[in-house]
Design a protein around this ligand. Structure first.
Ligand code: KIV
Length: 268
């Protein structure tokens, strides 16, 4: 099966096809979303929250991210896997960024990396792109700035913030990013950013006018009934699906109906 590369993403964008992206952190989910036909799998640092149970994405290390990237890559026959560079794996210096991104590609076998940033990160993107590392730049609500932002706050809500975000997107495009991820940005601003660049934008919590969309698989599946932000559409009641199945299993084990002889092997 032909693997999707950034050149295919660019072709789809030029043809006006909307791009689909979803997170996955292991081989099983990667295989499921790949079989469903997703274009890109993001091994997001959101794994710090949905896999590791942290309050924020900040504790995730580059070693953990590479481990999960390798797991996801094994399940993804077709989709391009994008490795998300975690907090403090690329901000300290351009050399550090090159080494972290290089490890994500070499050890993680990723097809691209993602990093959060503003114009100050454009030079880093230029160096990575020049070294053959495809970069998706993440602008708007940047979860790695949780403490500085004072929480997860919508961005681009006025014209000043909007022009700043447009400048960032243009700087990343000029530096060689293959795509821009726009998180938590007002609808009009996300639309203006998308119209201002000639590379695809992938939105989350940023309205309908980006070139594509990304969601966290656990959110889309409705695994956490307490997480109901307005931007989210859930496509399954994953919480009920799993808890009902496990309740049935518990009942079967308790009443002795599972396992039965059918689930074992007799002596020959
Ligand atoms: O880490 C992640 O999953 C992300 C998405 C929220 C876009 O960056």
């Amino acid at each position: 099966m032909k693997k999707i590369r950034i050149t295919d993403i660019a072709d789809k964008y030029r043809r006006g096809e909307r791009l689909t992206m979803i997170t996955a952190y292991d081989a099983t989910f990667a295989r499921l979303v790949d079989d469903a036909g997703i274009d890109m799998i993001l091994v997001g640092d959101s794994l710090g929250m949905v896999i590791q149970g942290h309050e924020t994405t900040l504790p995730v290390t580059i070693d953990e991210l590479i481990y999960h990237t390798r797991c996801a890559v094994r399940g993804a026959a077709r989709a391009m896997v994008v490795a998300d560079l975690p907090f403090m794996s690329y901000q300290a210096s351009r050399t550090q960024a090159m080494l972290a991104a290089g490890r994500a590609m070499k050890e993680g076998d990723a097809g691209a990396v993602k990093l959060e940033g503003g114009v100050e990160m454009a030079e880093t993107v230029r160096l990575l792109a020049a070294a053959g590392i495809p970069v998706m730049a993440h602008i708007g609500l940047r979860p790695q700035r949780f403490h500085q932002m004072g929480g997860y706050k919508m961005q681009g809500k006025n014209s000043v913030e909007a022009s700043e975000l447009i400048s960032e997107a243009k700087a990343f495009e000029e530096a060689g990013a293959f795509s821009i991820l726009i998180e938590g940005v007002a609808i009009e601003t996300a639309r203006e950013i998308t119209e201002a660049v000639k590379i695809p934008t992938v939105g989350i919590g940023s309205g309908p006018y980006c070139s594509g969309q990304v969601l966290v698989i656990y959110d889309l599946m409705g695994f956490n009934p307490d997480f109901k932000p307005s931007f989210l559409k859930t496509y399954a009641d994953g919480y009920k699906l799993v808890t009902d199945a496990v309740k049935d299993y518990i009942a079967d084990v308790r009443d002795g109906s599972f396992p039965s002889e059918r689930h074992g092997v007799h002596r020959s």
